[in-house]
Design a protein around this ligand. Structure first.
Ligand SMILES: Nc1ncnc2c1ncn2[C@@H]1O[C@H](COP(=O)(O)OP(=O)(O)OP(=O)(O)O)[C@@H](O)[C@H]1O
Ligand SMILES: [Mg+2]
Length: 235
């Protein structure tokens, strides 16, 4: 049974349709990409799931109807959203940002174990615990944003263009770390414009164009699709 089941999702901004007839599944522990050009509706899709954008259609997560949920209830069900532009607390330390990602009332011991888990993925964060988040490099801030989302112990992690504006070497590190996260059992739904790297690390992907799913398939299938090769891979 899918962990996340989306059927006929539709979202509008005023009269403008941003998503139409979107149907999509994510299974437990699966790594799924959402590709598409600027304005395709990727961010709107993730926001509809985290209930920060209104939508119609069905959104079911782990047996719960998300449509009736407030954003904080979505988090409590196990969905953590790592938004476009990271949204860290730039004046606070790395440690404080991580602690704010954890549930309230988490015991010191559980907090320490969760910190160890994110340091294993992003060792640089351990070295920078006392540094003010806003002074980290762009790539390091992205590590921190993903790590903070993991501190909430999600069943499903929503990532919005984690590699945007990041140098190639760090980009590869970020994609590889996300693949490790998914391999550890956390389902990942990742919006990206970097089709090449997404199809390298994700198991499956959907391609959004003008608010509709234009293509869907395994990464291998999409990497062999003429339309994808031409438009997204530049081959
Ligand atoms: N708050 C808003 N008010 C009005 N229109 C919006 C709003 N947010 C997004 N849109 C429009 O909805 C459409 C989908 O936008 P969305 O941000 O979901 O695309 P995206 O795929 O995430 O693009 P990008 O890759 O540039 O982040 C676009 O046409 C955009 O202009
Ligand atoms: Mg976006």
């Amino acid at each position: 049974m899918p962990l996340l089941e989306i059927r006929d999702l539709e979202a509008r901004y005023g009269k403008a349709v941003a998503l139409e007839s979107v149907t999509l599944d994510v299974h437990p522990g699966e790594f799924v990409g959402v590709l598409g050009p600027n304005g395709a509706g990727k961010t709107t899709l993730l926001k509809a799931i985290s209930r920060t954008v209104m939508s119609t259609g069905t959104l079911t997560f782990d047996g719960h109807a998300l449509g009736a949920c407030e954003p904080h209830q979505v988090v409590a069900l196990g969905i953590c959203h790592c938004p476009e532009g990271r949204h860290l607390f730039p004046e606070l330390t790395v440690r404080k940002n991580l602690e704010l990602g954890a549930y309230l009332n988490r015991s010191r011991r559980a907090m320490a174990a969760d910190l160890e888990h994110v340091f294993a993925l992003f060792p640089i964060l351990r070295e920078r615990l006392g540094q003010i988040a806003g002074t980290l490099s762009g790539g390091q801030q992205q590590f921190l944003a993903i790590a903070r989302a993991l501190m909430g112990r999600p069943k499903l992690l929503l990532l919005d263009e984690p590699s945007v504006g990041i140098a190639h070497k760090l980009k590869i590190e970020i994609f590889d770390a996300i693949q490790t996260i998914a391999a550890s059992g956390v389902a990942v739904l990742m919006a990206e414009q970097d089709a090449q790297n997404t199809l390298r690390v994700a198991g499956r992907a959907y391609v959004l164009e003008n608010g509709r799913i234009a293509r869907a398939g395994t990464s291998a299938e999409l990497a062999g699709d003429d339309h994808i090769r031409r438009i997204y891979l530049g081959l």
